[in-house]
Write a protein that binds this ligand. Sequence first.
Ligand code: 5GP
Ligand code: MN
Length: 336
Amino acid sequence: MNSIAIAQLAELLAGPKKVFIVTHKNPDGDAIGSAVGWGRFLTKMGHAVTIAVPNEFPDFLNWIEGSAEVLLWTQHSNQIKVALEHADVICCLDFNSLQRIDEIGELIALASGIKVLIDHHQQPDSFPDVVFSDVTACSTSQMVFEIIEALGRKDLIDAGGAGAMYCGIMTDTGSFKFPSTTATTHRVVGELIHAGAKNAEIHQSVYDTQSMDRLYLIGHCLNTMEVLPKFKTAIIKVSKKDHHTFNIQRGDSEGIVNYPLAVKDIHMSVFMREDKDLVKISFRSKGALDVNVIARKYFGGGGHINAAGGVYAEGLDKAIQKLKEVLPEYEQELNK
Ligand code: 5GP
Ligand code: MN
């Protein structure tokens, strides 16, 4: 843990502060888990905390204690503006650039509060005053735990906060199977279980509460995916029409990108979903290929070595065409 940043943070939090916590758009388990875990800890420390996100998060995260108090820009923009204006400290969790949080990012750029970054994405922007950036960390939730530990206040982690952080670590490690999972990860989740995280219940709440529609959608995706053996790549596409056919709700397409990687000779999986005016793209890889590079270079996105995302503005077919155009550049890594 960065000891200079810990000292800065300890000084910043020495007296009661108004703290604003924000995490990225389309919040996932690590986004909500780290924000709520950090928020509950700061509240216990005696700070006044507001948590905000750009838009709705999936229903399978609703069980997280305190998630109902998270403000959404899409519904509570005035409350968010006021909280941000009065904030002494602004904590940015699980994202590396203010562009990832849309309008809230524009306001933060102008806000006077001290900006603290806690994140594990590559190449963070230079906007924060206090930086915790660890691209080797499996999740922001694990970083939050380690920061609390370094502050010497693990006693302030309650069962709700422990459950939130457990959820973040579990979802960002693909249930503790990605290479980012380390001995530290297992030590931390052990401590979180001691602090009250109900691990089996959390797995069930996140993974075993799906709708029949989602299962049919998964079936459709697997039946229609395109496999390119030369590049050990699978491409899944979901069109606007599919949204209607499969009654797709928020979060329903989450994780489908991972399925093709179960096949021995698939080293990259790309999931493309046609949204209102953009195609949202998810990349996953196993082995040598750094999908963050492809997402960043060609699809206006980024992320991590084995999991990244991006967008494409010219529709589903052109997005697939673009991907196929750039694949030869990565043929060697894909075949390692
Ligand atoms: P997902 O495919 O689950 O949306 O995202 C995978 C990873 O890539 C996450 O860590 C996420 O933060 C990052 N990511 C997804 N979409 C984008 C994007 O548009 N821009 C950037 N910079 N990162 C993204
Ligand atoms: Mn994360």
